[in-house]
Design a protein around this ligand. Structure first.
Ligand code: ATR
Length: 272
């Protein structure tokens, strides 16, 4: 049990045993000499709201939220940012003076990572997938001026997302040709047994169809690199990888809670 003066944070998910968030946040606290603790909070969906509402009384100042709670987190918040509301999901809750604030740091994490490689304004971007991660990606890219097209295995889900967020859909990824940036928000490649060939085939991608300085962004986190990012790198393409996006969203949550710059490089190194 942390000391009463220690500020408490955590990551709520179900399951959450796989989450690397505690390592990233704890190294940041150690580096900056902050008296805080960060733990995994396995909370089943039916207990999510009740449990979260009880956290401030146990010394918690905020939590990150992961699968499957991101929509529920937005729904229970007293105050939400325009961004979280437009995306329809929150990955960060802050508890201040009896009020629960919701924010989404997945979206600015993507914009910052991709923005270091090229201008997003005017970029033709193909987003693969239509779940919560895709919603954050589509919102961030459109907000930064990209021309966004979405493809999803289940087409109806892509159409719904496109209608709500004001982006387009494509019937087929067509190898990825004709796009400046391809963003994978699906879970394809996450499974340790998934090969590069299977991953590319499930996503309808052919790296040889990519043009010029096309960039691949893959939200999949896998030890040793995801199949898509490894294949893209070998092809000589620029890549934004899952661990980079994970560290950036964590750093942005940290900055909301502590109002001080996060040690991003240290947090990223904790994932190595
Ligand atoms: P998240 O909130 O993390 O985005 P999600 O809502 O479960 O998670 O979405 C997972 C995405 O991965 C969906 O777009 C899903 O496609 P469907 O809507 O057709 O289910 C996609 N996905 C998962 N497995 C896939 C596979 N084998 N091939 C293609 N897409 C897949």
């Amino acid at each position: 049990m942390p000391e009463a003066s220690t500020r408490r944070f955590g990551v709520a998910g179900y399951p959450v045993a796989h989450s690397r968030s505690p390592e990233m946040h704890m190294v940041a606290y150690a580096k900056l000499g902050i008296d805080a603790d960060y733990q995994r909070l396995p909370i089943p969906p039916e207990l999510f709201e009740e449990t979260v509402r009880g956290l401030p009384a146990s010394g918690f100042s905020g939590i990150n939220v992961t699968i499957p709670h991101k929509e529920a987190a937005l729904a229970l918040a007293d105050v939400a940012s325009d961004r979280a509301r437009a995306i329809g999901a929150a990955n960060t809750l802050s508890f201040t003076d009896g009020t629960i604030h919701a924010e989404n740091t997945d979206a600015p994490a993507l914009a910052a990572a991709l923005g270091e490689l090229r201008s997003i304004d005017g970029a033709r971007v193909l987003v693969l997938g239509a779940g919560g991660t895709s919603r954050a990606a589509c919102w961030a890219l459109k907000d930064a001026g990209a021309e966004v097209s979405v493809w999803n295995r289940t087409a109806g889900r892509a159409s719904r997302l496109a209608g709500e967020l004001g982006v387009s859909t494509v019937e087929s990824p067509e190898g990825g040709s004709g796009f400046d940036v391809v963003v994978n928000t699906t879970s394809v490649g996450m499974d340790d047994s998934a090969s590069e060939e299977e991953t590319l085939s499930a996503l309808g991608l052919s790296l040889s169809a990519f043009e010029g300085a096309a960039i691949v962004v893959d939200f999949v986190y896998r030890a040793g690199g995801s199949p898509l990012s490894n294949a893209a790198r070998r092809q000589g393409l620029s890549v934004v990888e899952g661990p980079d996006l994970l560290a950036r969203q964590a750093a942005l949550s940290f900055e909301l809670w502590f109002s001080t710059p996060a040690p991003l490089a240290t947090m990223r190194a904790a994932l190595a």
